[in-house]
Design a protein around this ligand. Structure first.
Ligand code: NAD
Ligand code: 6OD
Length: 496
């Protein structure tokens, strides 16, 4: 699998990306521009699906469930998913080119994480679905003959998958793969910011023999556009959504009238706790990664770093030095950190950089935008930033920023660290850095989060539960949890 070079073209340069509905690629009259976050140029235009096309996609999905797809066996679906994974790998260079162009992320990130994980998602769910068992309970009855209960798994029906822009391909396939292996038909809507890898996936679905209508792709915006029309469509049975908590709330309202099943992976304001007994270098390296990976645009990123007082000053100095040493630049420049997704998002993150000063924080490093003196100045680059000295009640400590920035604060006792970490409406992830094993287990258990890493960050086993508590989500995905969400379980009770 060869990573692309700057000489490899954007796969959709100069074209209008179509939607895929019922096996047909459709270009709509309404098209919007897909802009490069690296230099603001237009990468391609994108067909926006209106309510009529959304309805056609949902009907195509419904028809597919009633056709041959509804009669496929699990091994047949697993074989199709494996073909999809193979085709992604066969077109690896195009996928990476598309992802780095849409997001500006580094070549290393897209080549090592986003695209391989997209393929891995299809393989993992094929394996997991084949290994899945169904529950069975023998029961006693008054006549002594007994009864046997056994469960069967059926598809939920038409599933809407709505994805964000930060890890576009990874997060779309994370839901599409388990939905398909469970026998559902999917209508997918990627973020308006990042349509290209989803467009390649639509081609790959066809190349792999996924029948028409089983995977439909709609491009467009959220509120008042494609996304809202999709999640409020009465014939959609379930919604798997990843994105902001406020968007989750809006989708919940749209979905209420038709009582849809919901799985939500939402925002975070994640804490890292660094104890004085941590392996210092490992904790600094891990925190640099957990704050600045993907330009801070990972829902799991640490935006609040609490460090035990004896090592606080040394840790802040090391973190700031490492942040300042990060090379910021475009995907093909050997950079450590790319731009934010858009100028609009940069404006939001910069407003928090300003707010940090207004809230009497000290900007230890960064806090502005880099100047390149070339076309990248038209992009959405921003400086990696470390802030200290904010009150715990400050908006910068409470609200998700979703950029390359953290607030770092000292703590004096384990109980205080736990209390600080949990003092948030969010509850997605935490990172705990300590070499004291009993403390590691004790603190990890007390984190009010769906996921806690000890001495690492974003280490993923796809069989494990993934999701958030409080405003960070509803339900769990990953492994058996995804298979459960994307299936209806029926109990059959047989009197013997
Ligand atoms: P977003 O909520 O703005 O958009 C996500 C998707 O929802 C997009 O496709 C968008 O078009 C669509 N959408 C927006 N409004 C809608 C509506 N009313 N009805 C239907 N669809 C609508 O999120 P984003 O800015 O793309 O992504 C960043 C956010 O996602 C951050 O908050 C981040 O923490 C969160 N996120 C969470 C996870 C997780 O696993 N918990 C993973 C990645 C990102
Ligand atoms: O690794 C995953 O499966 C996953 N859902 C990651 C989410 C990252 C958020 O930005």
């Amino acid at each position: 699998m060869r990573p692309p070079t700057a000489a490899d073209p954007y796969p959709f340069a100069g074209t209008q990306l179509p939607c895929l509905v019922g096996g047909e690629f459709i270009r709509t009259r309404n098209a919007f521009q897909n802009l490069s976050p690296v230099d603001g140029t237009t990468l391609c235009t994108v067909s926006e699906a209106d309510a009529t096309l959304v309805d056609r996609a949902v009907q195509a999905a419904r028809a597919a469930l009633q056709g041959p797809w509804g009669r496929t066996s699990l091994p047949e679906r697993c074989a199709l998913l494996r073909k999809v994974a193979e085709r992604i790998e066969a077109r690896f260079t195009e996928f990476v080119s598309a992802e780095v162009a849409d997001t500006g992320k580094t070549l290393k990130e897209a080549s090592a994480l986003d695209i391989p994980r997209g393929a891995a998602n299809f393989r993992a769910y094929a394996d997991l679905a084949l290994a899945r068992s169904a529950e069975c309970f023998e029961m006693a009855t008054p006549d002594g003959r007994g009864a046997l209960n056994y469960a069967v798994h059926k598809p939920v029906g038409v599933v809407a998958v709505v994805a964000p822009w930060n890890l576009p391909f990874l997060l779309l396939t994370w839901k599409v793969a388990p939905a398909l292996v469970c026998g559902n038909a999917v209508v997918a809507k990627p973020s308006e910011e990042t349509p290209a890898t989803a467009a390649l996936l639509a081609q790959v679905m066809q190349e792999s023999g996924i029948p028409p209508g089983v995977f439909n792709l709609l491009h467009g915006f959220g509120t008042g556009s494609t996304g809202e029309a999709l999640v409020s469509h009465p014939d959609v049975d379930a919604i798997a959504f990843t994105g902001e908590s406020a968007t989750g709330a809006a989708i919940m309202r749209s979905a209420a009238d038709s009582v849809k099943a919901l799985s939500f992976e939402l925002g975070g304001k994640n804490a890292a706790l660094v104890f004085a007994d941590a392996d210092f270098e490992a904790a600094v390296n891990g925190t640099v990664r957990s704050v600045f990976a993907n330009c801070g645009q990972v829902c799991l990123c640490s935006e609040r770093v609490y460090v035990e007082r004896p090592i606080f000053e040394r840790f802040v100095a090391a973190l700031a030095a490492r942040a300042q040493a990060l090379k910021v630049g475009g995907p093909f420049e050997g950079a450590d950190m790319g731009p934010l997704i858009s100028r609009a998002h940069r404006e939001k993150v910069l407003s928090y950089y300003r707010l940090a000063r207004e809230e009497h924080g000290e900007v230890v490093c960064g806090g502005g935008v880099p100047h390149f003196g070339d076309r990248r100045d038209q992009g959405a680059f921003i400086e990696p930033t470390v802030v200290r000295g904010l009150a715990e009640s400050a908006r910068c400590v409470k609200e998700e920023i979703f950029g390359p920035v953290c607030h770092v604060a000292p703590f004096d006792a384990e109980e205080q660290a736990v209390q600080l970490a949990n003092d948030t409406h969010y509850g997605l992830a935490a990172a705990v850095w300590t070499q004291n094993l009993p403390r590691a287990h004790r603190v990890a258990r007390q984190m009010q989060t769906g996921i806690t890493w000890v001495n690492d960050w974003f280490l993923r086993d796809l069989r494990t539960a993934f999701g958030g508590v409080k405003h960070s989500g509803i339900g769990r995905e990953g492994g058996a949890h995804s298979l459960a969400f994307f299936s209806e379980t029926q109990n059959i009770c047989v009197k013997l």
